[in-house]
Write a protein that binds this ligand. Structure first.
Ligand code: AMP
Length: 116
């Protein structure tokens, strides 16, 4: 069950500020408030989906592909495509997901720890 009061829902509604990287009518990309890499950006669709599986299985297929194309666009915009980056999407208890609105972490800008 999606919680309309999660922090990313509030960011989408502009009730809480964020440092935007890119926004359109379907998605929003902004800097993580507690970065774990030199560049740490979060990407979220504006639709109400709890996690990766919920988004991929229940969103319109065109919105799923459109979102991931925007992830790729933002990676290029951040200038980290050539040197490489990491995409992470935490889900549920074992994935230690803190915010129950589907999101991807885009990490880069430096050589990342090899702990995956
Ligand atoms: P996750 O564990 O994948 O759910 O990660 C949630 C992420 O959201 C964490 O990396 C937090 O630092 C980040 N976060 C929480 N609140 C905010 C906020 N207001 N603005 C930007 N990032 C946030």
């Amino acid at each position: 069950m999606y919680d309309n009061n999660n922090i990313f829902a509030k960011i989408i509604r502009a009730e809480i500020p964020c440092k935007k990287v890119f926004e359109d009518d379907k998605c929003l990309f902004f800097y993580d408030i507690n970065p774990v890499a030199k560049i740490h950006v979060l990407g979220i669709p504006k639709s109400s989906h709890v996690d990766f599986s919920d988004f991929v299985n229940n969103a319109e297929p065109s919105d799923v592909s459109g979102f991931f194309k925007k992830v790729s666009f933002v990676i290029e915009k951040l200038g980290i495509k050539n040197d490489g980056y990491r995409l992470v999407s935490n889900s549920g208890i074992n994935g230690r997901q803190e915010v129950p609105h589907f999101h991807v972490h885009i990490l880069g800008g430096e050589s990342l720890a090899s702990n995956l």
